[in-house]
Each structure stands twice: as C-alpha cells, then as structure tokens.
Design a protein around this ligand. Sequence first.
Ligand code: FE2
Length: 341
Amino acid sequence: MQKRSSFLAGLAGLLAAATALPAFANGEVNLYSSRHYDTDERLYSDFTAATGITVNRVEGKENELIERLKAEGANSPADVFITVDAGRIWSAQQDGLFQPIQSEVLNAAIPAELREPEGHWYAFSMRARVIYYDTTKVNEPPKTYEELADPKWKGKVCVRSATNIYQLSLLAAIIETKGEEAAKSWAQGLKDNLVREPEGGDTDQIKLVAAGGCEIALANSYYWGRALRKGEEWAVEAKDRIGVVFPNQEDRGTHVNISGAGVAANAPNKDNAIKFLEYLASESAQKYFADGNDEYPVVAGVTTDSPIQQLGTFKSEPVNVAVYGKNQAKAQEIWNAVGFK
Ligand SMILES: [Fe+2]
C-alpha cells in the first residue's frame, strides 16, 4: 500500500513536470521553516503538482525565524510558520505570530492532544524523549522518567542542559501530570544522578553511552534514528550496545514533542496556507514530513522508512502539548532552584 501510494505520488510529480504546468496559476504560499531535510523537495513539489500553488521558502534557525516574524509584523509575507517543539511554538503564539483557523480536515486527522485547541497550530510529526542505556552494563534499565531520579543510578545518568527547550518541555509535562512538588524532587533527583555537568546536545549524550562514559541517557528518538540512517560510524558500532526504552509504558505513556505549523498572523495567502496545512496531514506528506527527520507521523496508520520504526510502537502521554508552553516558566524556575545547569 505504501509502495503504491509513493509510486502514484511519483507519477503525479513526473506528469506535472512533463506538462510544465504554470506553477503560479493558483498563486503561492510562503513558508517560514526551520526544517531543511532531503525529503522536503518532494514534500513541496508534490503539493505544487497537486494544487498549482507555488511554494516559496524562507529557511532559518528556529529562534531567528521567530525574531524575523516579529520584526516584519503586519508586513510579513509569511503564510505558514513551521518549527519544532510545542514549548517554542506556544511562545510564538503568545507573541501573536499565529492566527487561529478552522479545518475539519485537520481536526479529523490530527489527535486532539497534538494540536492547539483553538487552531493556532498543529503537530505534523512527533518525537519521543526516550531512555538510552548501555546494555553491556545495565541489565534492568529504568522503565519510567521517575526512575531516572532513583539514587540507584547516582553518577550514571547523562542529560543535556536544562536551559534547552526539550528539557523545559519535559519538566513542564511532569508539572502538569504530577504537580510542582513532585516535579521539583524529580528534577533534584535527576541532577544528583548526573555523571557530569550537562554539556552538548542530545546526540552527545547517546555518544557518551556508546563510548562507555555514561550508563543511562535521555534524548529524543530521532537523533538515534538519524545516526543509524546515515550509517554514522559510532552508531553502527554501538548498534547492539545501546538499548532504548520508551518510558512509562505501563502508566501515562512516553513524553512526546512535535514538529508543528500554523497559519501566520498576517498571512497574505491565508486560503493557500490552510490548503498547505491540510496537505501536510495527507498520507504521502506525512511520510515525507516525518521521514525527513526520523520522526513519527501524527496521522494514524502512516509508517515511515526510518530505522526508528524498528524500535516498535509505543503509547504516548495524552497531555495536550500546549501545556509545555503554559508550564514553561515554572519548569525553568524549578531547574534553576535545584541548580541544574
Ligand atoms: Fe533536535
């Protein structure tokens, strides 16, 4: 089924190229995106082939694009803003960078916890924050986020800095489900278990496990998928050494975050922007969108070719991801209070 639909999509692309459709016939859509993956070319060209709408792209780092949108204000040509992490997207929403839309297509395709309740933004792929462990040293790895704070793992855990949005969003979710007090003692326990002061990004923590410098790490799922897909030497060597646990499968589910998008506040091509978002929820677009960064599709039943699929399916936490933004300041306060760098 999957092969067939990508074949058809390919055929559509070829036909469009062969007949040289005037791409501007149905106008354009301007994307501001912090994505830049190999699969994006097909993602965008398929949309143009299907609708005749030209896709113009401005690519940049997450926070640079946010600053640019703010600076452009009412004169911004942006129709759609695509970026990662619900905490960051929520902040952009608070800055007035999105407008709410109504779409039956999006409401039907995207689970409720993965979209902003008023339609300001939607998740189009997701990543899980998972536990990596050294199978040569650990027989019974932690099964939950809570266990990462258990003193039995003292001096064995590595995690990136708490100033990073992924760690803020994770703690924000814990505040929501377990309350501030429990969140604070968890943050303290995690800090007490660190093998070293936080340094580097998520991949560096997984690499440290691979190199035997840390027994347990916490990092997003796609970093491992990406390293395996690219056949990076350290990952190929460590493939059997590194184990992966989806935390909290027996209770609330694993913490997930998103790549998301919404219609920009001053979109000059609003109708095309909505069409583009609805396209992102289609099966073929879901596959490209998720595969580009080894993420998981958000639409039920869609799978990808990423090595991350070999880890199997998992249950994700049912908390609405918008909560990561709402609790972000409190999360930062707690990380600071326990002295987590
Ligand atoms: Fe990342």
